[in-house]
Design a protein around this ligand. Structure first.
Ligand code: ATP
Ligand code: MG
Length: 663
């Protein structure tokens, strides 16, 4: 490493605040601090600013209808179509510009560019095919598809005819597909015969068939995209299955008028990854969601029509829905998507893509950034990344070390980094810095966005003092919020509202949204999200936050990571189970165990004493890098583990099970 880099790194390590780069500020979509006050003073009408980014078939008459909390309605009376907003209205000015740049896994060197004109055409053709198949307004169409352009095309085709989509991540199991189709009463499926990953042609058809076999109702039609072509596995389709390519060809030139949808009509369902139990069908609506994703794409990601914007997420997650498909296309920009992995054919795949396409933004996850960091800075350093103007992260807290690496080696110290906190349920970003306005503090997501009333509170719902840990809450509704859990209003209230609301009240001021994350707030109002609170344990009648016990354990010398869950206990009701990863060089022995127990007793009290300390080399994590506590809980309670297909490392589960049983 040359001297100046070492010096730079030393300087960055010390620095804990970063100002937005001047050059960025000079061109930023939002560069005036006054937006915070303006939104606060003018709430909820401030959200007209988001609605104005859309074309409405009929103007709304009410911004927010809060007469029946927590079933809020936004932009009521308004009518619009999401696909018309993402396609038709851009045709005049941007018809020949790229809407989607798709980079396929480098097998056949196949990349595709869809101009707005071309995307519009194919969406219309597929919409016509769906209609002919019998898909009507409000019929849920499930998609079980890899990262191919036909996925956003199918989503937009559904939006065009008013059929909500429900996208199931292609990496999920057949079982996960079946559960989600059943829960949504979905009779239509769009899938693919396979996809390419690390040079292999993976079969996806078998898994789809297996899943379909477990669906308890009749599935009327299945559309199969032939992604594998000559690399295919030679399947014969069933009589209700059709190749996507044939359908689109049959509908050549078809045009479908976009169905005018009420603002509050469902745009899609998205089942959360299920780290916390039975998957939840999060319902998002047309007006509020589209306004939210368009506004945040513009204000936070600084998206402009002439950009080539790159989000490396999978469309099977909410991040891909909001910030590959709907937000960017609503703004008429070029959005990128790629098939495969960041380390194939080489560990510079993303940097190569960014250089080749001159991408202007990169939005990715901390877990990816930590992998890039481990692989080494020589990979980004080999490429000209000077087209980048802004960097973003989402999905979990980013540690300052990774943040700074990203800032330095990918952004060359000239791109602001937005650390964006949000969730499937919020539809889009909630807490993050406005990149043209706010100082960045690595490790902290930032203040709530203008007009978002996020607060960190204690168990009683009172705001905590600066520096203290508590629970993140949102005190006022926002347009992008989920409207309910599909067919389960009761669970919607239970999961997200009951904790901090007076559920008997009709007064919206008595209703508080609880995202189930722990957080800290500093003297400038910056929020550091600590991760999922999960359960508060009830040990002998005392309420204990798992997060607090975990912090105590991680504070013990030699502990690298810890996860705490509740296990059933005859006397106490619940007992504390701690799963611990030690740092290299520390023994997993009685001494260590004692020090952990002592650490918890000192920090919280004997009541929080772990009943069991289980040492493990790994914790079960989802593909997006989150600890899957539900599984740890099931292990502690010796329960059936259910679906583990959302795990990145399913093998570790059995190891841990054996350890617990052997103890
Ligand atoms: P499930 O709700 O089914 O258990 P999930 O919460 O993992 O799944 P997502 O909605 O994709 O599914 O993830 C949202 C969660 O990710 C947030 O609640 C938070 O815990 C975490 N998260 C997202 N962004 C950030 C961030 N910038 N900083 C810290 N945590 C984040
Ligand atoms: Mg969640």
């Amino acid at each position: 490493m040359p001297d100046d880099t070492a010096e730079l790194e030393a300087r960055l390590e010390e620095q804990d605040e970063f100002e937005p780069p001047e050059e960025f500020v000079a061109q930023a979509n939002v560069s005036d601090d006054s937006v915070y006050d303006e939104f606060e003073e003018n709430w909820p009408e401030c959200w007209e600013r988001a609605a104005e980014l859309l074309d409405w078939d009929e103007e709304y008459d009410t911004v927010l209808d809060d007469s029946n909390p927590p079933f809020y309605e936004w932009f009521t009376g308004g009518k619009l179509n999401a696909s018309a907003n993402c396609l038709d209205r851009h045709l005049d000015e941007r018809g020949d510009e790229a809407a989607i740049e798709w980079v396929g896994e480098p097998v056949d060197e196949e990349n595709r560019t869809y101009t707005y004109e071309e995307l519009h055409r194919e969406v219309n053709e597929f919409a016509a095919a769906l209609r002919e198949m019998g898909v009507g307004e409000d019929d849920v169409v499930t998609m079980y598809m890899p990262m191919i352009p036909e996925l956003p095309i199918a989503m937009l085709a559904c939006a065009r005819i008013g059929a909500p989509h429900s996208v199931v991540f292609a990496g999920f199991s057949a079982d996960a597909l079946a559960t989600r189709m059943e829960s949504a009463d979905s009779e239509y499926l769009v899938t693919a015969n396979g996809y390419f990953r690390r040079g292999d042609a993976l079969d996806h058809y078998e898994k789809t068939r297996e899943g379909l076999g477990d669906v308890g109702h009749d599935v009327s039609d299945v559309v199969v995209v032939d992604r594998l072509g000559d690399h295919g596995h030679g399947h014969d389709l069933e009589s209700n299955e059709h190749y996507y390519q044939d359908l689109v060809e049959e509908q050549e030139g078809a045009e479908i008028d976009p169905v005018s949808r009420d603002a509050e009509d469902m745009l899609f369902l998205m089942y959360t990854s299920g780290t916390t139990g039975q998957p939840k069908g999060v319902k998002h609506t047309t007006g509020g969601y589209l306004a939210w994703t368009a506004w945040t794409s513009q204000a936070v990601l600084d998206v402009k029509p002439e950009d080539t914007y790159f989000c490396s997420a999978d469309i099977g997650w909410i991040t891909g829905h909001s910030y590959i498909v709907y937000g960017p296309l609503a703004l008429g920009t070029t959005t990128m998507m790629y098939e495969g992995t960041p380390d194939h054919p080489e560990r510079d795949r993303l940097w190569e893509i960014i250089e080749e396409y001159e991408a202007t933004q990169l939005y990715t996850a901390p877990t990816a950034i930590r992998a890039f960091m481990k692989w080494g800075s020589e990979y980004p350093d080999q490429h000209d990344l000077s087209s980048l103007r802004l960097l973003g992260t989402v999905g979990e807290p980013i540690n300052p070390k990774a943040w700074k690496w990203y800032y330095q080696h990918v952004g060359d110290e000239s791109c602001p980094v937005v650390d964006t906190w949000w969730q499937t349920e919020t539809g889009g970003m909630m807490v993050t810095t406005l990149p043209g306005v706010k100082t960045m503090k690595p490790g902290s997501a930032g203040p709530p966005l203008p007009g978002v009333d996020a607060q960190v509170v204690d168990v009683n719902g009172d705001e905590v003092d600066a520096g203290r840990a508590g629970y993140l809450t949102v005190q006022k509704p926002w347009p992008g919020m989920l409207r309910t859990l599909y067919n389960n209003d009761e669970r919607y209230i239970d999961e997200y509202w009951a904790e901090y609301s007076d559920t008997d009240s009709d007064d919206p001021d008595d209703w508080v949204y609880f995202p189930e994350d722990g957080a800290k707030i500093d003297e400038d109002g910056y929020i550091t999200v600590l991760g999922r609170v999960d359960d508060v344990l009830n040990v002998s009648g005392h309420r204990l936050g798992t997060m607090e016990i975990e912090s105590a354990i991680v504070g013990v010398e030699g502990v690298a990571e810890a996860a705490v869950v509740g296990g059933k206990h005859d006397v106490k009701g619940e007992a504390v189970y701690a799963y611990v990863i030690t740092e290299d060089g520390y023994d997993e022995d009685e001494e260590m165990r004692d020090r952990i127990v002592e650490g918890v007793e000192d920090a919280i009290g004997p009541i929080a004493r772990p009943e069991q300390v289980v040492f493990t080399p790994e914790l079960p994590k989802t593909r997006s890098g989150k600890i899957m506590r539900r599984l740890l809980e099931d292990i502690a309670n010796e329960e059936d583990l259910g679906d583990t297909s959302t795990l990145r490392n399913p093998g570790v589960v059995e190891d841990i099970q054996q350890k617990v049983a052997g103890d």
